[in-house]
Ligand binder design. Structure first.
Ligand SMILES: Nc1ncnc2c1ncn2[C@@H]1O[C@H](COP(=O)(O)OP(=O)(O)O)[C@@H](O)[C@H]1O
Ligand SMILES: [Mg+2]
Length: 358
């Protein structure tokens, strides 16, 4: 027989577990439960019927298999698993329920029911699926264009040099788009895999910005924009990865050129700040500001997600891959820095990168 003491010992044991756990008798009533379970289901669980708490069909069926296993000699030994959606502290979460029959271990037959929140695993899986779907979609459109024109060049346009030249130009553009996509994907995966390793080589941000602007000179001239660069000549070198920092400002200035061209000028300035919340010491702050159309606030929180674009059509027409800001964010994270985006519709946008000096 199970004594009151045994149950108390079980309760103490269950309470030491971080995940919700319930001990249920063969009569389907809760013998004891830990505080995580009480938080999830109800303040008082002892003595209540477990089937009133675990009702979703898949989980209820797993419970029944558990009870069948308790009735000695029948059914398999378990444990039995199921997934169920429950709302915990007003957040909907996906739980894995595990039901382990304890036939003799406690003197009375009982089921140990444990739950684990697997929402984050599910979210990561979903993100991975979305990513693969996005990459495939981005690859498919240039490929469709290329195979279409190859057909045309082999058939109807075979003897039409004028059309051939025109089609080859389009094909070249689409091939370049694919190649940009592949190199952005490779950058992203490289930065992501190195994200935990903070780069330590001393880097001069002034030099990084001058090099970035020199490389973008042709695009700046094409866009007919004035770029005002306010340097900070005595800025200290910061620990970093020079080539990745060039990539950060290349992407930000390129975006300002593409989406902020209406504003006439782009301002870039370096500033030193003594204190940034959650950063240990002083930092260098670089602001890339345009006076273009700006971005609606609803888009701001998602702007650095891979393939997120405010206007997909416009981005693609400009040769964008939708990965630029995702790369920026990962590089800034790797540098233990911070990226802030401020924007007002009709007035322009500021992309602010803060990088710790030490
Ligand atoms: N300076 C800016 N002004 C307005 N919109 C911007 C600006 N920078 C980025 N965006 C928006 O954010 C989206 C994501 O940018 P990014 O990740 O660099 O991808 P891409 O430039 O390849 O489209 C862009 O498609 C654009 O809609
Ligand atoms: Mg971009």
């Amino acid at each position: 027989m199970t004594t009151l003491d045994d149950i108390r010992r079980c309760a103490a044991l269950l309470d030491a577990l971080p995940d919700p756990a319930l001990l249920v008798g063969a009569d389907r009533r809760v013998i004891t439960a830990n505080s995580a379970a009480r938080e999830l289901f109800a303040a008082t669980l002892d003595g209540t019927s477990v089937v009133s708490h675990i009702r979703q069909p898949e989980a209820a069926a797993a419970l029944e298999r558990g009870f069948a296993a308790l009735a000695e000699g029948t059914g398999s030994r378990g444990p039995f698993e199921a997934r169920m959606v429950l709302t915990a502290s007003s957040r909907e979460a996906l739980w894995r329920v595990c039901i382990a029959p304890l036939r003799n271990d406690l003197g009375v037959p009982a089921l140990l029911v444990t739950l684990r929140d697997i929402s984050h695993i599910e979210d990561a899986e979903q993100q991975r699926r979305d990513f693969v779907a996005n990459v495939s979609h981005e690859m498919r459109s240039p490929l469709t264009v290329l195979s279409g024109f190859i057909e045309t060049l082999k058939g109807p346009a075979r003897h039409d040099p004028e059309a051939q030249e025109q089609f080859l130009d389009i094909m070249e553009r689409e091939a370049q788009r694919m190649s940009r996509l592949v190199s952005d994907l490779l950058s992203l995966s490289r930065v992501e895999s190195e994200e935990r390793v903070r780069p330590r080589t001393p880097v001069s941000l002034s030099e990084v910005l001058r090099a970035t602007l020199a490389a973008l000179r042709p695009q700046i001239e094409d866009a007919g924009l004035a770029v005002e660069f306010r340097d900070l000549p005595d800025a200290p070198a910061i620990p970093g990865d020079r080539d990745q920092l060039v990539q950060v400002f290349h992407n930000l200035v390129e975006n300002a050129l593409k989406y902020g061209a209406g504003g006439g000028k782009i301002e870039i300035d370096i500033e030193r700040i003594d204190h940034v919340p959650a950063m240990p010491g002083p930092a260098l702050k670089v602001c890339v500001r345009d006076h273009g159309d700006g971005i609606d606030p609803i888009h701001l929180p998602r702007l650095t997600e891979r393939f997120y674009r405010v206007d997909g059509h416009r981005s693609r027409a400009m040769g964008g891959t939708g990965l630029g800001l995702a790369i920026v964010k990962h590089i800034v994270n790797r540098h233990r820095g911070r990226l802030n985006i401020r924007s007002t519709r009709g007035e322009g946008s500021s992309f602010i990168v803060m990088l710790p000096e030490r």
